[in-house]
Design a protein around this ligand. Structure first.
Ligand SMILES: Cc1ncc(COP(=O)(O)O)c(C=O)c1O
Length: 498
């Protein structure tokens, strides 16, 4: 990319930091070792008594500044949400306001999970109120805060559905229907939950094909998993009819909450006929992503399913109390525990703080901005967006270009690429979700990056990225055979920086 092109495109000039020492990217701490005190060895030089030394303790010896610089450098050699926009459709890496970190860091937050219920009433009250907020936002009657991520929430939801069917003598139901455009975790959760997965094609508009659904439904149907808006950002207009069709055969309707930020404060899955849902608190509210964890993926259900939720849940005015208060309890037919203690408590504090701070109006405003931002960005780019009208995300097609090359090249323009090659219904998909947090100026920067890449030739794209610390990595090997131990690297005698 020439600097002129960067200027023409209205881009910030972007060069990622790159620290090279002796031909190697920022060395590992063990390689920077500046041993000052000999610990172990033959013990003769050690200031410690012999019985306190050992040979095996190979901790690197570094000063505090060396350590701080090491981690700062590493953080400068990657692209993160604090570096610039990150429009990762569906996977949603959005900027989380830092005040939630302050709230989670308040002294009262660090409670020991083994403390008695009476001594952690504030903790339990927050959990109770969060259960209540989430229930009201989703239109659900009962909520568990235990699951540690959206995908874990899906698994819990499916197990709750299974327990419900089993309890009602309907254990023969062994199929879960999943649209072919669904997120991979839906298929995985249904399969892990013990079900046969029936894949449902989309119609020409990119929505649920009602005829195909009719054909797939039957006495073996345990549930249909849907996200709404779907992964193309399209609202399932026939959702009430879909719910009726599923319920008519005795099945349950599962809502994948990944796209709830498109509806927040405006429409509720419970009102559409969904029976069970998970909340991706990192997408809809303000918490870390489960993958960068710890995360949380609470699950909400309608009344009939509440007795099957994981334990413990929190209730008010517990019968075992002489004084009104909050207590943990085990739902009558619980599927059991799915996480230690209260779930990822401090993540829940962040979600609570965000919801409380925004309130009803703020949440509705967030969804309006999420939808507006996606539509504004799509209207500004050259790439074709075949399916409309979309909500908080859209799926553009890279056309003749390879979407993976486009993604790598976008990094050279100082923006993170969108999700690529999925859903497959759009050729060379660029699934883009700018989120509600970005300003018009940032959306313009993103649009300029899309358009600059759209105008480039194959050779340029195939050589990208050229301005990042690590260049063209072999991503298949990186994902399938990662070398995660510094010892393995040392044995190989080579760096893993690229
Ligand atoms: C549509 C959809 N469903 C479920 C998930 C799983 O959520 P999590 O990443 O919190 O496990 C994702 C993740 O990005 C998603 O995009």
């Amino acid at each position: 990319m020439s600097d002129e092109r960067a200027d023409e495109a209205g881009q910030v000039r972007y060069d990622q930091a790159r620290y090279v020492d002796d031909g190697q990217y920022e060395p590992l701490l063990s390689e920077k070792d500046q041993t000052r005190v000999e610990i172990g060895g033959d013990g003769s030089d050690s200031p410690l008594p012999d019985d306190l030394t050992r040979d095996s303790l190979e901790l690197p010896e570094l000063s505090e500044p060396e350590l701080a610089r090491h981690y700062t450098r590493l953080s400068q050699m990657v692209y993160g949400i604090d570096s610039g926009p990150y429009p990762l459709g569906s996977c949603t890496m959005k900027y989380n306001p830092k005040f939630t970190e302050d709230v989670a860091a308040l002294p009262g937050g660090a409670v020991h999970p083994d403390r008695s219920e009476t001594s952690v009433q504030g903790t339990l009250e927050l959990m109770y109120r969060l259960q209540d907020y989430l229930g009201r936002i989703g239109g659900m009657d009962a909520v568990t805060l235990q699951p540690p991520a959206g995908a874990a929430g899906e698994f819990v939801g499916i197990r709750v559905a299974a327990a419900y069917h089993e309890y009602n003598g309907e254990g023969h139901r062994d199929e879960v229907i999943v649209p072919e455009s669904a997120h991979g975790t839906n298929f995985a959760s249904a399969a892990l939950g013990g079900y046969d997965v029936v894949s449902l094609p989309s119609d020409d508009d990119g929505r649920v094909d009602l005829e195909a659904l009719e054909a797939a439904l039957g006495e073996n149907t345990a549930a249909l998993m849907l996200t709404n808006p779907n992964t193309l950002g399209l609202f399932e207009r026939d959702i009430e009819e879909i719910a009726e069709m599923v319920h008519d055969v005795g099945g349950l309707l599962y809502y994948d909450g990944a796209n709830l930020n498109a509806l927040l404060g405006r429409a509720r899955p419970g009102d559409m006929g969904f029976d069970v849902m998970h909340y991706n608190v990192h997408k809809t509210f303000a918490t870390p992503h489960g993958g960068g964890g710890p995360g949380a993926g609470p699950v909400g259900v309608v009344e009939e399913l509440a007795p099957f939720l994981p334990a413990p849940r929190v209730r008010r005015d517990g019968a075992s109390k002489s004084e009104p208060g909050y207590e943990l309890f085990e739902p009558e037919h619980t599927i059991g525990k799915v996480h230690g203690f209260y779930g990822n408590w401090l993540v829940l504090v962040k979600a609570f703080a965000y919801i409380a701070r925004l309130g009803d109006e703020g949440l509705a405003d967030a969804s309006a901005k999420a939808v507006l931002n996606a539509n504004y960005l799509a209207s500004r780019i050259e790439y074709d967006v075949p399916y409309e009208p979309f909500h908080h995300e859209f799926v553009a097609s890279a056309g003749e270009q390879d979407a993976a090359d486009v993604a790598k090249r976008m990094l050279d323009y100082g923006v993170h690429p969108p999700t690529t090659k999925w859903p497959e219904i759009v050729p060379e998909a660029l699934m883009t979700e700018p989120t509600e947090v970005e300003s018009k100026a940032t959306l313009d920067q993103l649009a300029a990056a899309f358009d600059a890449v759209a105008a480039e030739d194959e050779a340029t794209l195939e050589a990208a990225p050229e301005r990042t610390a690590a260049r063209r990595i072999d991503q298949t090997s990186a994902a399938r055979s990662p070398r995660l131990s510094w010892q393995a690297l040392a044995d190989d005698g080579e760096s893993e920086s690229e």
